[in-house]
Design a protein. Sequence first.
Length: 418
Amino acid sequence: MALSMLALAARAELLIQITEGRVDAVPIAVVPFGGASDAPENISDIVRADLHRSGQFKTLQPGDMLSRPASADQLSYRDFRVLDQEYVVVGSVKATETGAYEVRYGLYDVAREKQLLTESYRPPASQLRDVAHAISDRIYEELTGIQGAFSTKILYVTHNRGADRPYQLQYADADGARVHTIVRSREPIMSPSWSPDGSKIAYVSFEGDGLPKIYVHDLGSAERRVVAQYQGINGAPTWSPNGQKLAITLSKDGNPEIYTLDLNNGALERLTNHYGIDTEPRWMPDGDHLVFTSSRSGGPQIYELNVHDKSTRRVSFEGAYNARPDVTPDGRYLVYVHRRNGSFHVGVQDLQRGTFDIVTQTNMDESPSVAPNGSMIIYGTQHRGTGVLQAVSVDGRVKVELPSKEGEVREPAWSPFL
């Protein structure tokens, strides 16, 4: 799905800084692409940054290369073997008479002196960055066996104190580039969530009368509509895997409970009925179950709910505070905020093995969201008193900072594959 909406580009770009990678990261050389030096995007730089940011690869800087081939016939494997590189990427960018560009690249195994991938694209100038991310995705999948997520987007809320409309709902490329503003508001914006096809988002806004309402916003047409504005809490929307329903939190009957809202006919179905607080639902990949946060055991814990028979079972038992769940796309790992010794961290629970691990060292973490390939978790935290985004791999071995150039950033949501 091409995000072609007419939106205002904002200055609050995210600056991606890898702070910790795998000690066994794979050495790879992405040679500067030959050809059109006047192209508006430097494709090889983007690919190199993508692979480095994943933490899975240790990229060779161009200044350290012994040669800079632009095609297979110019490639000297020896020049990269002596530099202990396992793989090398070479390519070219050529302007065409139509104003588009021809992009070619190849991925080569240095030890075996073998070509692993070769592809070509003919994008307009406006899609050169998309092509760069697509190349990164293909290389990542070829070498790791996992689908790359460099072509995805990140949705988040920014808060610029002192601005006339301080709250902004924005999305950007997964590398922080091409920021677009969807909504600006004088009132808070919360809980953004992507539809499964990436064409729509749902979120909570307090605009207008200062009361919470749930909106569904079409990114292609920029049209939006209120889908829930009941008395009390209207919160925590999350899309069903088929995109036909939202699971939401409502307190219209006095207590916060989990409901589903059919987006086709507006029908509500109440799923929980308990004196405790039930909130923050997230769908499991099978579409038949939800996980949610509940205080029914005396403090916030994660429960699983069968949407058909409405039966529930507790699934988190480590410590007295576990909240804000998300689930990896394969349904194996449950990700949530865990409190330990007064600090809030992101924890990962293996639902098959029953293990639990804290994967962050920051101490005010919130709103974890899993990448669509299940490899990384983006979350909000505090740095020097300001809300920032950070990312960590599911195994905790790769850590990335995403500070904004201005304002606080919070409530991230990683897009599906687009």
